[in-house]
Design a protein around this ligand. Structure first.
Ligand SMILES: Cc1ncc(COP(=O)(O)O)c(C=O)c1O
Length: 381
């Protein structure tokens, strides 16, 4: 039985072309700046994101960390969404490594932060008691709102608020490529207003490893130094960067335009799930309105839903049927579509969820209705 793994788009494997490019990559010592493949990837990424320069890093979390190190000094503070990856899912790197605090604002169901609340979250630089606001961070797409894409206009408005106060804007664009496809704009349009952007290669673009941090030449120099500090200076790393160069090619030769298939598959999944008895709105910012799951909430490759059954039992049953979904916060389940998943796979998942729901005890028959699965299906990445 083929496994259908929808826990995350991080589970994607490199394409045959990526593997070939990796095997044949020209390499050098990247800490000396000598790796031609890394240099080509960084130039290509900077061009796509409309920035002066870019830096190849090991992961999205490292990208966000080095961006914070490049922007912030100890004792400063970042304004960010309360359910953002930066706050919840990076092992408090902002506190442990950067030495900063976070002012968390609640995201809205469209993935944005309220502009007036951002203005109100800035500290008084003349008050000796307060931290100093040093950064505003957005997440695009916004994960917990079911992967909503944030528009260039919204990003511009936030940048204006930050810049008027002498503070930079960082975009955690782990899935910025998905946002660009969903909105019909370029990645550069979305990154343009920000001072720095982090984008992952190892999610929907299917590279095995790596993320990009981009910004001004000066910012990237500081980020490079920060990357060294956290032990992220790698040597003949062109071997993995080669996959990124394949991913970032134009059109069908690359992996960005293909993301539209993932979005269509996610919508197909949500439509199928919404018709099943026992599938309901996930609540929270994923879909605030109670009642049935609303497939129109699916704009990119995330489907988050609630079930009126024991979640652990359903996830275990699905696993036995060869389908992996993810126990997500607030008692919900997440499915993420990605490279390698077909419409036929989606139909198999819908049928399996229907069967698992029929077999599972109703929520009032179990002791712990929101118990998390004891299996290792948990991931928020
Ligand atoms: C929004 C967001 N930012 C950052 C990251 C971190 O990426 P990585 O898993 O490569 O560290 C993720 C991972 O899924 C993410 O979803």
């Amino acid at each position: 039985m083929d496994l259908i793994d929808l826990r995350s788009d991080t589970v994607t494997r490199p394409t045959p072309e990526m593997r070939r490019a990796m095997a044949e990559a020209e390499v050098g010592d990247d800490v000396f700046g000598d790796d031609p493949t890394v240099n080509a990837l960084q130039e290509r990424a900077a061009e796509l994101l409309g920035k002066e320069a870019a830096l190849f890093v090991a992961s999205g979390a490292m990208g966000n960390l080095v961006a914070q190190l490049a922007h912030l000094g100890r004792g400063q503070e970042t304004i960010a969404g309360s359910e953002s990856h930066l706050i919840d899912d990076e092992a408090a790197g902002h506190a442990v490594v950067v030495g900063t605090s976070i002012r968390a604002l609640r995201e809205r169901p469209d993935g944005t932060l309220d502009l007036d609340e951002i203005v109100g979250a800035f500290r008084d630089p003349l008050d000796v008691h307060e931290p100093i606001t040093g950064l505003v961070a957005l997440e695009n797409t916004n994960g917990h709102s079911m992967g909503q894409p944030l528009t260039a206009e919204y990003t511009r408005q936030v940048a204006r608020i930050a810049h008027d106060r002498g503070v930079p804007l960082h975009v955690d664009g782990a899935r910025l490529w998905n946002a660009a496809i969903a909105l019909g704009v370029t990645p550069g349009d979305l990154a343009g207003p920000a001072d720095s952007v982090m984008c992952c290669l190892s999610k929907g673009l299917a590279c095995p490893v790596g993320s990009i941090v981009a910004g001004s030449r000066d910012f990237v120099w500081r980020a490079r130094r920060a990357r060294k500090l956290v032990g992220g200076g790698m040597r003949q790393v062109g071997i993995v960067a080669a996959a990124g160069l394949v991913a970032l090619r134009d059109g069908d030769a690359g992996m960005i335009t293909r993301l539209a298939d993932d979005h269509a598959n996610a919508r197909r999944l949500a439509e199928g799930l919404a018709a099943l008895p026992g599938v309901v709105s996930p609540g929270g910012i994923a879909q605030p309105a109670a009642g049935p799951l609303d497939p129109a909430r699916v704009r990119t490759n995330f489907v988050i839903f609630g079930i009126q059954r024991d979640r652990a039992a359903v996830l275990d049953d699905l696993k036995a049927r060869g389908i992996l979904l993810n126990a997500y916060p607030h008692g919900t389940i997440r499915a993420v579509t990605h490279y390698g998943i077909t419409a036929a796979d989606i139909d198999r998942v819908i049928a399996a969820v229907a069967a698992a729901l029929r077999a599972a005890p109703a929520i009032h028959d179990v002791d712990a209705p929101t118990a998390t699965s004891p299996t290792s299906t948990r991931s928020r990445d």
